[in-house]
Design a protein. Sequence first.
Length: 347
Amino acid sequence: MYKLLIRPILFLIDPEKVHHITFSLLRFFGRLGLTSLYKSTCVLEDKALEKEVFGLKFKNPVGLAAGFDKEANLFNELSDFGFGFIEIGTLTPKPQSGNPKKRIFRLKADQALINRMGFNNKGVFDAVDRLKKKHKVIIGGNIGKNKVTPNAEAIKDYLICFDALFPHVDYFVVNVSSPNTPGLRELQDKEPLTALLKELKHENTKIAATHANMHEKPILLKIAPDLSDAQLMDIIKIVEVTKIDGIIATNTTIAREGLKSSLLLVEEKGGLSGKPVKDRSTEVIRFLAEKSNKAFPIIGVGGIHSAGDAIEKLEAGADLVQLYTGFIYEGPSLIKRINKAILAKIK
């Protein structure tokens, strides 16, 4: 029904406006207790789907990637679609409006999106107010730096977000791979990235040691699909040295090869997500898993539009998967289809 009736109507409207409309509807359904209207088509619960990764028990391996619920507005309502975990953010210390609109573009011929949002959010402390309510699902906190913060002072921004979110999220994701904040990807270089992750690990240990009721939170690094093999080998070494808990592979790409959409769309600046990223994302997962001898967990994201796409990433070495663009193009039933396929492989 989604692809035949709902999506054609939604795709007539500007993507960012559709997002706000959808959130208003989900909020309305949640308040009236109408989530059962879609739960039956999206949710599959089975003990066999449970998976323990970096010390957390996930009810299933299919999560929602960062960027969808940036400001932690509807994590509980979104969990009713059957996600095993929800990643909020990217959040920054201070509020920022992001890049000028229009900043999201649908590439329908490629089943893709280009976005140049630019970490638009009301700041980490605004999100914390909502995260204080009880979670029905595992929550990841994706953190970044403000656009105006120079890279030399970036660690301070990440620490502010880390400290603010620590009591309210289950794991952290360090985002240094978005192409939409000028200079951010320079933090993926070996020296600054090692320094940043070591500082966050130190802060993690310090907070847990000084609060009797708190324990260290898993820290993951989200990387770009555009890294070379040599850079990926550096990432493996950085994980080993800093002892962070895992990798999310991958963020959006700045590459534009092989697209079918019009040049006007293809030439828009920003990060490309969706089907065109699928193969490269899987290649990165496989490379990291094989070259590290599966030394750390990997969350696979990028171009998952079918159950087969998700299985492909899991077989390449991912422990969990996340949806974003595929969720928009395929609809909520994709979550259940993926979990059914995982069950079929297990049983």
